[in-house]
Design a protein around this ligand. Structure first.
Ligand code: UD1
Ligand code: PEP
Length: 436
């Protein structure tokens, strides 16, 4: 198991380019299963989750050609669906949340799919009800095989219909869209998730011959078509990585430019950092975060305490609350974090408290941070990364801390951040990867 050794206290400066978005990559790579033609995808991030998904697609018979470091061509001409019955498939799915995104396309094209309880972060229950309700609405039936720990889904035909989702699930919406594009008739999905990942997936599917309207809203209309053809697609910059770099720049930056971020696609992410007093300057397609000696938490108009809470898009993504929370530990003022979506994503604050942060964990969903205003530095420590975003948040805390820290289980960080230590070291960080 690999670890990072981080020498804290070095200021970082220079320019950093965000990778392609992990969550978009997982969706659009699975969408290549919807056609026998070639699908070329560019700006694929070189991260563990994506590599594992690509291996899984190869295992079921997808021909994969890597044309450059971040570009691949996929051709799902002949698939070996028997592999879905194997123990290896079950084992691989269980380590990868994105594996669930294979169900929609397989169901649409072959009328059957198997998925093992998918992995991903340990951040609370990750239910799949929305996915299955959607497939059922389209006419599929599913069985839970308790012994194998799999869900087996089957449909002789899929028929479009109106459906109101119980919640705006991101992967659930993506899966139902991919199942509907080849269904008979028209599917209407209300309370659909509309993150940039979903918008990108819909645009790609339309270029493949699908007929999807309402893109970027929570009401999607999908007129089924007979078949889809190949296309080329480029993945957008990862807004969660951009947010992570804003947080890093606020804590340890001496002037950091984040290049080509597509600012209009970041939604309210920059504003969430501005609420903590961080100066986020938009400069064309880039963001610039100047050095901040101090930053002060804003309050609401009625002077009540600032609260940052997650919400479905275009609300604040839950994936950045951990980073925002670390930034708040050195702000002037106090802020309440309310993590509404996940049950166990705030537990990592224990480690920040050990490092000297002033945090009250009120309950599993809420934490109050009383910032040090840079009067007290965090202390270095030894910690384990419980999930991908807590991992990057702890890395930022360690970069700012006094002394040398160690973060174990960095596979969690590698799931979603490409070459993170090399990229941060080129800005002046001192991070070493070790196996010992
Ligand atoms: C591979 C991928 O794309 N993963 C993302 C995806 O996961 P994923 O698609 O698995 O997450 P969901 O959107 O299904 O739900 C995430 C959590 O939020 C809750 N929930 C969801 C919608 C809602 O309206 N109300 C509500 O409370 C769910 O019950 C669940 O606990 O979306 C999450 C929520 O943005 C992100 O954290 C993950 O990074
Ligand atoms: C929760 C996340 O990922 P996953 O859904 O893959 O577990 C995340 O990217 O923050």
């Amino acid at each position: 198991m690999e670890s990072f050794i981080i020498e804290g206290g070095h200021l970082l400066s220079g320019t950093i380019i965000p990778q392609g978005a992990k969550n978009e990559a997982l969706e659009v790579i699975c969408a290549s299963l919807l056609t026998a033609d070639e699908v070329r995808i560019g700006n694929i991030p070189d991260i563990l989750d994506v590599k594992n998904l690509i291996r899984l697609l190869m295992d079921i018979g997808v021909e994969v050609r890597q044309t450059s470091r971040n570009e691949y061509v996929f051709r799902a001409a002949e698939l070996n669906l028997d592999y879905l019955e194997s123990p290896e498939f079950v084992q691989k799915c269980s380590s990868l949340r994105g594996s669930v995104l294979m169900i929609g396309p397989l169901l649409a094209r072959y009328g059957k799919a198997t998925v093992a309880k998918p992995g991903g972060d340990k951040i609370g229950r990750r239910r799949l009800d929305t996915h299955f309700m959607g497939f059922k609405n389209l006419g599929a039936s599913f069985k839970h095989d308790e012994e194998r720990g799999t869900f087996n889904i089957h449909a002789d035909r899929l028929d479009g219909c109106y459906m109101l989702l119980d919640e705006a699930s991101v992967t659930g919406t993506a899966n139902i869209i991919m199942a509907s594009v080849l269904a008979n008739g028209t599917t209407t999905i209300y309370n659909a998730a509309c993150e940039p990942y979903i918008q990108q997936l819909c645009h790609m599917l339309n270029r493949m011959g699908a007929n999807i309207s309402g893109i970027a809203s929570n009401l999607l209309t999908i007129v089924g078509v007979k078949c889809l053809h190949g296309t080329s697609h480029t993945i957008q910059p990862d807004m969660i990585e951009v947010g992570s770099f804003i947080g890093m720049a606020a804590m340890v930056g001496d002037g950091i430019r984040i290049k080509n971020v597509l600012p209009k696609n970041l939604g309210i992410i920059p504003d969430a950092f501005r609420q903590l007093g961080v100066d986020v300057i938009t400069d064309g397609e880039d963001l610039f975060i100047p050095r901040l000696e101090h930053y002060e938490v804003k309050s609401f108009i009625d002077n009540s305490m600032m609260t940052l809470a997650d919400a479905p898009w275009p609300g604040l993504t839950p994936d950045l609350l951990s980073v925002l929370l670390v930034v708040a530990t050195q702000a002037r003022g106090s802020v309440l974090f309310h993590q509404k979506m996940f049950e166990s994503r705030l537990f990592f604050v224990d480690k920040l408290i050990d490092m000297g942060a002033n945090i009250i964990l009120c309950d599993p969903h809420r934490a109050v941070v009383i910032g040090h205003d840079h009067n007290i530095r965090l202390r270095a420590g030894r910690m384990t990364s419980p999930d991908i975003r807590a991992g990057i948040a702890l890395l930022i805390a360690a970069l700012s801390a006094n002394g040398t820290s160690r973060i174990d289980n960095i596979a969690q960080i590698d799931r979603g951040y490409e070459d993170i230590e090399k990229r941060l070291n080129s800005l002046g960080a001192k991070i070493e990867r070790t196996n010992s």
